[in-house]
Design a protein around this ligand. Structure first.
Ligand SMILES: Nc1ncnc2c1ncn2[C@@H]1O[C@H](COP(=O)(O)OP(=O)(O)OP(=O)(O)O)[C@@H](O)[C@H]1O
Ligand SMILES: [Mg+2]
Length: 220
């Protein structure tokens, strides 16, 4: 079964009387083990694509399926629960909460979905990501690479099947970028699916499949 399927998704933004077509009939399917990188110039619709796939931005047309569920046909509560159980999201600007410590930031997703053993799992992830010694630090006290790995740990905490990552290496030096991409590869190799958005060629080259986007459409 597909972990993610977009069927003819369209999305426009309306601003000051003008309409911007950010997604124009986009279809895509990801199975377990898939690692797809979407490349394209700034403004071509990459973040819109990820937000729609992540059940955070309702499309104007088409549908987004998470396994056998039509995400936007669900009630808002059911959609939020599905998102929490199945999807990990790494945002373009990390989206760490500035007044929470690294440890608290990683545990944020469990507030909606408490589950036993989650603190052990969080500790394990932070050790794996080399962050164990930074748990009591606040985001402003972390390096960019540390912030990015914190965001990834948070995305992985609920053991999602699908990982959506928006320019996760955009602010990283080559070593940190490689570490982050290693983790994405490992996630896919262990049966997850990754949809990575990037405009970096080296990052995209680590994916199994590369797709190009231009003006809201896939061009290859
Ligand atoms: N909330 C919004 N309101 C109006 N227009 C928007 C909104 N969000 C995005 N857009 C427009 O939609 C288009 C696609 O934006 P999107 O953020 O998906 O691009 P992107 O490919 O992620 O760009 P970047 O590489 O710079 O992050 C752009 O033209 C952008 O200006
Ligand atoms: Mg973007």
């Amino acid at each position: 079964m597909n972990l993610l399927e977009l069927r003819s998704v369209t999305k426009s933004y309306r601003k000051n009387g003008a309409t911007i077509r950010a997604l124009d009939d986009v279809s895509l399917a990801l199975m377990p083990g898939d690692f797809v990188a979407v490349r394209g110039p700034s403004g071509c619709g990459k973040t819109t694509l990820l937000l729609s796939a992540g059940l955070m931005l309702s499309p104007d047309g088409g549908s987004v399926w998470i396994e056998d569920q039509d995400g936007y046909a669900l009630s808002p509560d059911a959609r939020a629960a599905l998102r929490a159980r199945r999807i990990g999201f790494v945002f373009q600007q990390f989206h760490l909460v500035p007044f929470l410590t690294l440890w608290e930031n990683v545990l944020v997703p469990t507030m909606a979905l408490p589950c036993p053993g989650i603190e052990e799992r969080a500790r394990g992830l932070l050790e794996r990501f080399g962050l164990a010694h930074r748990m009591q630090h606040y985001p402003e006290e972390l390096s960019t690479g540390e912030k990015q790995r914190t965001a990834l740990a948070r995305a992985l905490l609920n053991q999602p099947k699908l990982l959506l990552a928006d320019e996760p290496t955009g602010n990283l030096d080559p070593d940190n970028a490689r570490i982050l991409l290693d983790h994405l590869c490992e996630f896919a190799a262990s049966g997850g699916a990754v949809l990575l958005v990037t405009h970096e060629e080296e990052a995209a080259a680590r994916a199994k499949t590369q797709v190009r986007m231009k003006e809201g459409r896939f061009v290859s």
